[in-house]
Design a protein around this ligand. Structure first.
Ligand SMILES: [Zn+2]
Length: 326
């Protein structure tokens, strides 16, 4: 939690005593505050996705608040960073949430502002992990899908929110209209309603085109993690070979039990995080999230003034330095 302009704001977490809960984007690990929040601050797209993909009705959702600015994070539809302006002190603090430095086919590019302090997501804290060029990853996926499609059914596993839509767009560019699960279909509907062009056949619609697609070889996208069971089930039901793959940045870190794995990430890696810090000119980096301690250590080793975020410590510091407080 941080405080500014006499308000206490939680950052992608459920914290008691918050006046406002900022939700940077609609991924499950960022929306813990949504159910019980008195007041959610998020983009309109994130509010729609929370309502339609997670079936949560928000007591109050707003996309503006005086003294705060929501700017693009490049991570997925609706993802935003929170920029906290303290005009009185002339200080600017930016909380990134999950962010991506390279362009994605299905989200707007990141916006980077000058900042005094950056509170930064720590998903990829390890300097040795470097993502491949995104165009190369996309081309490899298209080539693999086209090739396997000649011999059978192709199933991709991907997060239902964000990654699945990026995957649909990549496949569309290869002339493939994938079949998607009900949940992915619902989320994709929010994307198309927001002007993102996606061609897919959803299990929810279950119309003639969908049935026709299932009779031939097809590419499917599912959020189900157990792709081995899906492979066995589809193989039996259709009497065809089934090829599986995952599309996730964690393909750089883990070995998945699939025929192929593609490191399609919607995050910044360590070197891209440094690129971001340099672009803001921030003198202080406060690391946030699961790997905050290690990320702060790794940044300090590179000469950055970096500490992990501690809710109470940050509030106390704000009090002492009059840094974030009005
Ligand atoms: Zn995310």
């Amino acid at each position: 939690m941080i405080s500014s302009n006499n308000l206490r704001i939680s950052l992608d977490r459920k914290e008691s005593g918050a006046d406002i809960d900022f939700i940077s984007h609609a991924h499950t690990d960022h929306i813990a505050a949504a159910k019980s929040s008195k007041s959610v601050l998020a983009s309109m797209q994130t509010i729609r996705l929370i309502e339609q993909a997670h079936n949560i009705t928000l007591a109050q959702g707003r996309n503006e608040q005086e003294g705060f600015r929501l700017i693009e994070a490049g991570h997925m539809l609706g993802s935003r960073q929170l920029c906290i302006e303290n005009e009185h002190l002339g200080k600017r603090v930016v909380y990134t949430g999950d962010f991506q430095m390279v362009r994605s086919k299905t989200s707007r590019p990141i916006e980077i502002l000058d900042a005094d302090t950056v509170i930064m997501d720590s998903t990829y804290e390890d300097p040795s992990i470097r993502f491949n060029d995104k165009n190369e990853v996309e081309t490899a996926m298209q080539d693999w899908a086209r090739g396997r499609l000649e011999d059978g059914i192709v199933i991709f596993g991907a997060y239902a929110l964000g990654k699945a839509q990026e995957l649909i767009s990549i496949l569309n560019d290869a002339g493939i209209r994938p079949v998607v699960s009900k949940k992915i279909g619902r989320v994709s509907g929010v994307y198309t309603n927001n002007g993102i062009k996606l061609e897919y056949l959803s299990a929810e619609e279950h119309d003639g085109d969908y049935e026709d697609a299932l009779r031939g070889n097809f590419v499917g996208i599912t959020e189900t993690r157990d792709l081995q069971t899906i492979k066995a089930g589809l193989g039996m039901a259709h009497g065809k070979r089934v090829f599986t793959a995952v599309a996730t940045g964690f393909a750089k870190v883990f070995r998945f039990n699939t025929d192929a794995q593609f490191p399609l990430s919607d995050h910044a890696d360590f070197s891209q995080s440094i690129e971001y810090i340099e672009a803001t000119g921030a003198r202080e980096v406060v690391t946030y999230g699961a790997n905050a301690e290690a990320f702060a250590r790794n940044l300090s080793q590179k000469g950055y003034n970096s500490t992990p975020f501690r809710s109470s410590a940050f509030a106390a510091k704000a009090e002492n330095n009059k840094y974030l407080e009005n």
